[in-house]
Design a protein around this ligand. Structure first.
Ligand code: GUN
Length: 296
C-alpha cells in the first residue's frame, strides 16, 4: 500500500514567516508602521512559558515589536483587565494575546471579551467568532484552525463538496475549524465525546481534523483510503523509562498506510500556529492603519 505524504508543517511555516517578514518590512518602509504584538502570561506554567518564549522570538525575527508582560499567579481579574485596557489604547500595540489557560480565579470569557476586537489576534472575542460565523472577512480567525486550513488547501486544492469531519468541539480549534471548512464548501460533521460510532463517521470523510487531546484515538481502519488527515493533538505521554514524548490524536503508523497525506506530531500543525499569529498581527496592523491587507 502506498505511504501517505507527510505534510511538513515546519517547512511550510518557515516559508509563510518569510513572506510575513517581507510584508512587515514593506509596512515599515511605506507606512512607517511596525506591527506590535503584546503577550500576557499569568503564572508559571512551563508549557505556557515555552509557547510565550517562542512567540516572542519569532515576532522579533519577523521584524515586529514584541511586548511581553509576565504577571504573578495571584494577579486579580481587575488588575488583568486594567492591563488589557491600557494595551487597547496603546497605538504601538496592534495585537494582544492573553496566554491560556488562566488561573481558576479569573474568568476566561470576561478577559477575552475585554480585548479590543480589532486587536484580538487569537480570534476568540465574541465579535470575531460572530464575524467568522457570518463570513465577514475583516475579523480575526483563530490561528490553529487557520494553520490547518492553509495546509489542507495546499494539499487538496479546491475543497468544494468534500466531506470533512472535525473531532473535538472546543472554541479554540473545533468550532472555528468547522466554520472554515464550511466557508470552503465542505460538508462538515462535528464529532465530540458524545458522538455515536465515531469510527463510522470518520470513515466517510475526505478530510479528518482531530483536536480532542486523546493519544492515538484515530486508527488506520477509521480512515477512508486517500483521505487527508490533520492531527492537532499534542499529548505528553510518559514512556517506560520515565521520559516523555509528544504524541498526536492520530496513530501515525497505521493512518499513514491508508491516507493520502498526514501531518506529523511534532512538526505538523504546531509551527503553523505561530506563523498564523504573526499573519494576524500584520493583518491587524494593516486594518488599524487603513492599509490594504497583503496576500501572504
Ligand atoms: N494556549 C494554548 N493555545 C493557545 C492559543 O492559541 N492562544 C492562547 N491565547 N492561549 C493558548
Amino acid at each position: 500500500m502506498t505511504k501517505a505524504k507527510t505534510i511538513d508543517g515546519k517547512a511550510f511555516a518557515e516559508k509563510l514567516r518569510k513572506k510575513i517578514t517581507a510584508q512587515t518590512a514593506i509596512m515599515k518602509e511605506k507606512h512607517n508602521v511596525i506591527p506590535g504584538l503584546a503577550v500576557i502570561l499569568i503564572g508559571e506554567d512551563p508549557a505556557s512559558q515555552v509557547y510565550v518564549r517562542n512567540k516572542g522570538k519569532q515576532t522579533i525575527e519577523a521584524g515586529m515589536n514584541s511586548y511581553e508582560f509576565k504577571m504573578p499567579p495571584t494577579t486579580t481579574q481587575k488588575k488583568l483587565i486594567a492591563k488589557i485596557k491600557q494595551l487597547n489604547k496603546d497605538k504601538t500595540v496592534h495585537g494582544i494575546l492573553v496566554q491560556l489557560p488562566l488561573p481558576k480565579s479569573i474568568d476566561e470569557r470576561t478577559i477575552i471579551n475585554a480585548i479590543a476586537p480589532e486587536k484580538d489576534v487569537d480570534g476568540f472575542h465574541v465579535i470575531n467568532v460572530g464575524k467568522l460565523a457570518t463570513s465577514q472577512d475583516d475579523g480575526m480567525v483563530p490561528c490553529t484552525p487557520l494553520g490547518c486550513m492553509v495546509l489542507i488547501k495546499d494539499t487538496m486544492g479546491n475543497l468544494t463538496g468534500k466531506h470533512a469531519i472535525v473531532i473535538g468541539r472546543s472554541n479554540i480549534v473545533g468550532k472555528p475549524m468547522a466554520q472554515l471548512l464550511l466557508r470552503e464548501n465542505c460538508t462538515v460533521t462535528m464529532a465530540h465525546s458524545r458522538t455515536h460510532d465515531l469510527e463510522a463517521e470518520c470513515r466517510r470523510a475526505d478530510i479528518v481534523v482531530s483536536a480532542v487531546g486523546v493519544e492515538e484515538i484515530v486508527r488506520g481502519e477509521w480512515i477512508k483510503p486517500g483521505a487527508v488527515v490533520i492531527d492537532v493533538g499534542i499529548n505528553r505521554v510518559q514512556l517506560s523509562d520515565g521520559s516523555y514524548k509528544l504524541s498526536g490524536d492520530v496513530c501515525f503508523e497505521e493512518v499513514a498506510k491508508v491516507a493520502r497525506a498526514i501531518t506529523p506530531v511534532p512538526g505538523g500543525v504546531g509551527p503553523m500556529t505561530i506563523a498564523c499569529l504573526l499573519g494576524n498581527t500584520l493583518k491587524a496592523a494593516c486594518l488599524q492603519n487603513g492599509v490594504e491587507v497583503p496576500e501572504v
